[in-house]
Design a protein around this ligand. Structure first.
Ligand SMILES: Cc1ncc(COP(=O)(O)O)c(C=O)c1O
Length: 396
């Protein structure tokens, strides 16, 4: 690790927890003669379905492609719209656009980074072409799924959870990502479990699962594994729709299987670190600690500075943390800041006061399960020092 001006080692934003078990799993596949989607991916799907209590789990090569597949299976296409928030990663929205659909944005709640159910209802009342709500469980903090579920029922729309951040967020009603009609998880390099790149879709019925299985593999009516293992006629297949190539290779699925066995351990470690950070930061009136729903998977740790209490803004605060050796990030630059979205929908920050308020003051701190106590204490000390050195004497 490199050193900063304080001569202390740099604390990266994220480091994956990978051990010899993941290495051995990858070597096992490399030596097996079967690298693409096959029995490892099938086993990963079964194990993920069992873990989450979901009837069906379908492995894909990213959550972005998973969102396209889930939306396709839920009937999103030309002439329809999805409803989500601008406070998310870009592919929550572009997935719908790839299908020829459009996106309606609702602002987030004042108390969290989650879509505001009141704003959902306003949109559903106004626009009958909205066919699905796509709530995003930012940082692992679960949206109000009871309110969202009843609105979806009342207005006859689907719920497709963007659960990219929320494995394994447990709620009294089940895992986030299994509470709507479909859920999409990410195993991107910085996620709570990782395959480098990858994702999983959970759905409730066999017909939807079959559509996703087919569409993730060119619209071909047989899987590669089935064609390989079936006795006779291995070469025969038909194409019944214009699908994509979104399958997860065995090489990555094998790593995912090992990571899945460690998910609870990672979760416990992340929760303990989050508790320590929140306890320490609660003493600082120039900070707001992150929202915390029950069972929060704690993918990220977001702080919000209180601009009225400081002489510097978010960008300068973030630069100072970076200069002091903390690898920080920002979740998220909202969609109304993106040229493409601005041009397509003519929206701006004034349309989304809560998302703007959060965006202008939020910073993601370094956060991963194997961070040492020393690292955690240094993060607390550094954030505290930057805040105290730039505290506004005329603060209210
Ligand atoms: C909220 C959200 N949704 C979807 C995605 C897409 O995930 P992936 O990188 O697996 O395509 C991300 C990625 O970071 C994300 O943060």
């Amino acid at each position: 690790m490199s050193e900063n001006s304080n001569n202390e080692p740099f604390i990266p934003f994220f480091l994956p927890s990978i051990s010899s078990e993941e290495e051995e799993a990858a070597i096992r596949v490399l030596r097996s003669g079967w690298l693409t989607t096959g029995k490892e991916a099938l086993a990963f799907e079964e194990e993920f379905a069992r873990f989450t209590g979901s009837p069906f789990a379908l492995a894909v090569n990213s959550a972005s492609s998973g969102l396209i597949l889930a939306m396709d299976a839920m009937g999103i296409g030309p002439g329809t719209k999805i409803l989500t928030t601008p406070y998310t990663f870009i592919s929550t929205a572009t997935s719908a656009m790839h299908l020829g659909a459009d996106v309606v944005y609702a602002d987030i709640e004042p108390k969290s980074y989650s879509i505001d159910p009141e704003k959902i209802e306003d949109a559903l009342r106004r626009d009958k072409t909205i066919k699905a709500i796509v709530p995003v469980h930012i940082a692992g903090n679960v949206c109000d799924m009871n309110a969202i579920g009843s609105l979806a029922k009342r207005y006859g729309v689907k719920v497709i959870e963007d659960a990219a951040h929320s494995f394994p967020s447990r709620t009294p009603d089940g895992f986030a990502g299994t509470l709507g009609d479909a859920g999409v998880f990410s195993f991107y390099a910085t996620k709570t479990i990782t395959t480098g790149e990858g994702g999983m879709i959970t759905v409730k019925d066999a017909e939807t699962a079959a559509r996703i299985r087919m569409m993730r593999s060119h619209g071909i009516n047989r899987t590669i594994w089935d064609r390989y293992t079936a006795k006779g006629a291995a070469w025969k297949y038909d194409v019944t729709a214009e699908g994509w190539k979104f399958n997860l290779p065995d090489l990555l699925a094998a790593i995912g299987r090992v990571q899945l066995t460690k998910a609870d351990d990672f979760f416990r470690k992340r929760s303990a670190i989050a508790r320590r950070l929140t306890e320490a930061f609660s003493r600082f009136d120039f900070l707001e600690t992150p929202p915390d729903s029950p069972g929060n998977a704690w993918h990220l740790y977001l702080i919000r500075i209180v601009p009225e209490k400081l002489t510097i803004g978010r960008d300068e605060f973030a630069d100072k943390l970076q200069a002091a050796g903390l690898g920080i990030s920002m979740h998220f630059i909202p969609h109304f800041e993106m040229t493409y979205i601005k041009n397509r929908y003519g929206i701006s920050r004034e349309d989304f006061p809560e998302a703007s308020r959060k965006y202008e003051a939020t910073i993601s701190l370094p956060f991963w399960p194997d961070m040492t106590d020393d690292m955690v204490e240094r993060i607390i000390r550094t954030v505290g020092e930057v805040g105290m050195r730039n505290y506004s004497r005329s603060a209210p």
